[in-house]
Design a protein around this ligand. Structure first.
Ligand code: NAD
Length: 481
């Protein structure tokens, strides 16, 4: 199936017949060939989704009926969780326990939105009190239509779930274009759709590159909504393409998320959360703890402990027992990260630990856990998303300076604050210009809570009831009584 596209409930070869090598980043071996979909395939998939929507085949089902399909998808993901997790490891590189976590989250996401689909049966209509008593009015929520979803490679199945589950729950039909670097688990969703007899055209999966398959999806006139997760430059292109037909657009983009540690914090705990925040998934996390601001009195102690702990992390193939840090997803990303570390060095930063390929690794895109210090506020490494296991540390003198430094970014996805003083934490949390704020922790993500960014980190929110609202239109119906 890997070299086929899932369109209208069937597996088919791409019209132009090409394939894309899928590479295991730990070994650099080709582990599969995905279909290289192009504009004709996208057109076919969008038309199938359009028919599935316009015929009412999916949107006219009750929420409870759609929920049964969503729960069945969750059940199938759960049944094959080990196989899916291993596939994710060989495709993306992440350690197996992390992949299992992702797969369970993906199943949880389908179950959660099944619940919201059921609730829609009762709460799709809301009466509105209007000022003129001769009229009665109500707001009705309806599925938005055909969704074009484009996802990245860092959480291949989970990012697909974050879009497919709420879109299907809302009653939308969807064409999913996963990253060409990691298409394998998304394709498994197609198999699952087949197994549970999801009506044809409701979920379509077109693999292929951004320019060949992603772009035609963003430009297709029969697509009502674009849901994109990826980098800022691509997000900009998606927005520009969608502007042509005034498509509804939601964007989950990059970040350069600060973690502010005040001097009254427990240093051991602070370092634990920093490590989790930057080395999980090799730092390839949009909300990664990539800028750490430490109050001066404890700066040296935090740096000492962080460098010592980072140097101890077990690097290896994600399938090997005990691996905590796997390879970077691709040669391109690997080169980019090492290039940024080199640029930081040239700009005057100190590489306190790491910074290179680890000794003893002949193949695979491995990079040591890296801590950078002594960088200028306007340096590239401090300001731009590195998307790798690289954390930048900077001291601050007081709360005002910490907030200024934290907010001095074009991104605004996540931010965290750590202190024993709860009132201060609340105050700083409100001062952050970011969509996700953590107090005394970093990165916990819940399907029930809104996820998304301020500023150039995106538009709209995924997850929770906000994620469902992404895929619903609101219609006003007013009558003269
Ligand atoms: P990317 O922008 O290179 O690619 C993302 C997707 O867009 C891929 O499927 C790609 O094929 C497709 N694409 C590329 N060019 C396109 C075009 N012109 N038109 C349409 N689609 C196109 O991003 P990436 O490297 O896969 O992912 C890393 C980025 O994603 C990081 O910046 C990260 O911060 C961000 N990200 C954000 C979140 C979030 O929730 N905010 C989550 C995960 C990743």
């Amino acid at each position: 199936m890997q070299d086929k596209l899932f369109i209208d409930g069937k597996w088919e070869k791409p019209r132009k017949g090409g394939t894309i090598d899928v590479i295991n980043p730990a070994t650099e071996e080709v582990i599969g060939k995905a279909a290289a979909g192009t504009s004709n395939d996208v057109d076919h998939a969008v038309k199938a989704a359009r028919i599935a929507f316009d015929s009412g085949r999916w949107p006219k089902l009750t929420g409870a009926e759609r929920a049964r399909y969503l729960r069945a998808i969750a059940g199938k993901i759960d049944e094959r969780r080990h196989a899916l997790a291993r596939l994710e490891v060989t495709d993306n590189g992440k350690p197996l326990p992390e992949a299992l976590w992702d797969i369970d989250d993906a199943a949880g996401c389908f179950n959660y939105y099944a619940g919201l689909a059921e609730e829609l049966d009762d709460n799709a209509e809301e009466p509105i009190a209007v000022a003129d008593s001769r009229f009665s009015s109500k707001a009705v929520r309806e599925p938005l239509g055909v969704v074009g979803a484009i996802t990245p490679w860092n959480y291949p199945l989970l990012m697909a779930a974050w879009k497919v589950a709420p879109a299907l729950a809302a009653g939308c039909t969807i064409v999913l274009k996963p990253s060409e670097l990691t298409p394998l688990t998304a394709l498994e969703l197609g198999r699952i759709a087949e197994e549970i007899d999801l009506p044809p055209g409701v979920l379509n999966i077109v693999t292929g590159t951004g320019p060949d398959a992603g772009e035609p999806l963003t430009e297709h006139p029969l697509v009502d909504k674009l849901a994109f997760t990826g980098s800022v430059p691509t997000g900009r292109k998606v927005m520009m393409a969608g502007a042509q037909d005034i498509k509804n657009i939601s964007l989950e983009l990059g970040g350069k998320s600060p973690f502010v540690v005040f001097a009254d914090s427990d240093i051991e705990k602070a370092v634990e959360w920093i490590m989790f925040g930057i080395f999980w998934n090799q730092g390839q996390v949009c909300s990664a703890t990539s800028r750490v601001l430490v109050e001066e009195p404890i700066y040296d102690a935090v740096l000492r402990r962080l460098t010592a702990e980072a140097a101890r992390i077990k690097i290896g193939n994600g399938l090997d027992e005990g691996t905590l840090l796997g390879p970077i997803v691709s040669k391109g990303q690997y080169d980019k990260i090492l290039g940024t570390i080199e640029r930081a060095r040239q700009d005057g930063a100190t590489v306190a630990v790491g910074g290179s390929r680890p000794a003893g690794f002949d193949s695979g895109y491995f990079i040591e856990p890296t801590v950078l210090t002594d960088m200028a506020e306007d340096s590239f490494a401090w300001r731009e998303e590195i998307f790798g296991p690289v954390v930048c540390l900077m001291p601050f003198s007081d709360e005002e300076e910490a907030i200024r430094l934290a907010n001095d970014s074009r991104f605004g996805l996540a931010a965290a604050v750590m202190s024993d003083d709860r009132t201060r934490c609340e105050r700083v949390a409100r001062a952050f210009r970011a969509g996700i704020v953590w107090i005394n922790c970093s990165q916990p993500t819940f399907t029930e809570a809104p996820w998304g960014g301020y500023k150039q980190s995106g538009i709209g929110r995924e997850l929770g009831r906000w994620g469902l609202a992404n895929y619903l239109e609101v219609k006003q119906i007013t009558s003269f009584d």
